[in-house]
Ligand binder design. Structure first.
Ligand code: PPS
Length: 330
C-alpha cells in the first residue's frame, strides 16, 4: 500500500505508441498476459464461485464492494484489512507480479487455487474468452451494464490518465476511434472484437441470458437510482440473509463519497494502479479511479452531432432487444 497516486509523476506517452499485444488476433493490454488468456480454456471453475462480469467502466468496483459487504454480513472491520483487488481477484490481470508468491505465469492457477470457496472473481472478458467451464458448471454470475455514453466518457478518462492504456488527449478523437472500432482504443461500438469486444456484443450477450437462474443482470443507472434495492437484490440472489441494519450499513459504505475515501476499496491506493518500478503505469496528477460516479456526464463531452450519430447507431443496434438505459437522472 502506498500514498495516494495523485502525488506521483506523469509519464508522458505518445499517441502512436503500441501498448497492446494480440491474442488470436484480438488486441489486449499487456497486463492481460497471453498465458492467462490461454488458461481460460482449462481454468477450473467451482460451482460455488461468483463471477462478476462487466464491460469496463460499468461500475465493476462499486459492485465488487457491494458484493463483499453482502457476503461478509456487512463486516466492515474485516473488509478493510485487505484491498478489494485481492479480496475479489481480477481473472485476466497479470497475476504474476500483483498477487503475492505468484512468480510466474500461469500463476492465475496458483493464486486462485489457494483461494477458499466461495470465490468471488471479476472479469471483463467477452463470452468467447471466458473460462469454458463457466458454461458447464454454471456458477452464479452478476452482470452489470451501464449506458454506453457514460461508459465512453469514463473509459476516456482511464485512457487519458492510466499509462498502460493507449493515450488520447481529447475526447473527440477517442469517441471517433470507438465508433470506428479502432483497435488501439480498446472500447468499441462496432460489432467487432477489440479488447473486451464491442459494448453491444458484450452487453447483449448477457442480456440474452438474463433469465437464466444463475444470472443476475443489473444496471448502473438503477443502482444509482436506488442502491438499497440493488443491495437487497444482490443479497437475495446470493442467498445471504441481511438485517435492515446491515443493508443500511452497506448502502452507506458503498456510497460514492465513502468508497472514494476508502483505502481498501478505491484502486487509487493500490501500488499496481499507481505505478511500478519501471514507472510505466503512473497516472496523471489529480486523476482518480472513482472519478465522478454520475449518470449523464456524457452531456459534458458529446457534441450535438456526435450525439446524433451515436443515437442513430445505437437505435439500429439495440432494436428489438428490449434493453433500455437511462441516459440521465431526473
Ligand atoms: S473498471 O476499470 O472497468 O473496473 O471500472 P469500473 O469500476 O467498472 O467503473 C468505474 C466507474 O464507476 C464509478 N464508481 C461509482 N459510481 C457510483 N458509486 C460508487 N460508489 C462508485 N464507485 C465507482 C467510477 O467513478 C467510474 O465512473 P466515472 O463515470 O468515471 O466516475
Amino acid at each position: 500500500m502506498i500514498s495516494k497516486l495523485t502525488s506521483l509523476p506523469v509519464v508522458p506517452r505518445s499517441e502512436d505508441e503500441d501498448l497492446l499485444h494480440r491474442y488470436k488476433g484480438v488486441p489486449y493490454i499487456r497486463t492481460f498476459p497471453m498465458e492467462a488468456l490461454e488458461c481460460m480454456e482449462t481454468f477450473e471453475v467451482r460451482s460455488d464461485d461468483l463471477f462478476l462480469i462487466t464491460y469496463p467502466k460499468a461500475g465493476t468496483t462499486w459492485t465488487q464492494e457491494i458484493i463483499s459487504m453482502v457476503m461478509s454480513g456487512a463486516n466492515e472491520e474485516e473488509l478493510i484489512k485487505t484491498h478489494l483487488f485481492f479480496r475479489f481477484p481480477f481473472l485476466e490481470m497479470n497475476w504474476a507480479s500483483h498477487y503475492s508468491q505468484c512468480d510466474q505465469v500461469p500463476s492465475v492457477y496458483k493464486f486462485l487455487h489457494k483461494v477458499p470457496s466461495p470465490r468471488t472473481i471479476k472479469t471483463h472478458l467477452t463470452m468467447d474468452h471466458l473460462p469454458h467451464q463457466l458454461f458447464t458448471k454454471k456458477p452464479k454470475v452478476i452482470y452489470v451494464a451501464r449506458n454506453p455514453k457514460d461508459v465512453a466518457v469514463s473509459f476516456f478518462h482511464m485512457h487519458h490518465h492510466f499509462n498502460i492504456l493507449p493515450y488520447y488527449s481529447d475526447f473527440s478523437r477517442f469517441l471517433s476511434d470507438c465508433m470506428k472500432g479502432e483497435e488501439k482504443c480498446l472500447i468499441s461500438f462496432l460489432q467487432i472484437s477489440v479488447h473486451c469486444g464491442s459494448w453491444y456484443e458484450h452487453t447483449l450477450s448477457w442480456w440474452q441470458k438474463r433469465n437464466e437462474p444463475n444470472v443476475l443482470f443489473l444496471k448502473y443507472e438503477d443502482m444509482k437510482q436506488d442502491l438499497r434495492k440493488a443491495v437487497k437484490q444482490i443479497a437475495n440472489f446470493l442467498d445471504c440473509k441481511m438485517s435492515e441494519e446491515a443493508v443500511e450499513l452497506t448502502v452507506r459504505h458503498c456510497s460514492f463519497e465513502s468508497m472514494k475515501q476508502n483505502r481498501s476499496a478505491n484502486p487509487d491506493y493500490l501500488e499496481f494502479f499507481a505505478g511500478d518500478s519501471e514507472g510505466e503505469k503512473t497516472i496523471e496528477p489529480n486523476a482518480s479511479f472513482i472519478r465522478k460516479g454520475t449518470v449523464g456526464d456524457w452531456k459534458n463531452y458529446f457534441t450535438v452531432s456526435q450525439n446524433e450519430a451515436f443515437d442513430a447507431d445505437y437505435k439500429t443496434k439495440m432494436e428489438g432487444t428490449e434493453l433500455t438505459f437511462d441516459f440521465q437522472m431526473n
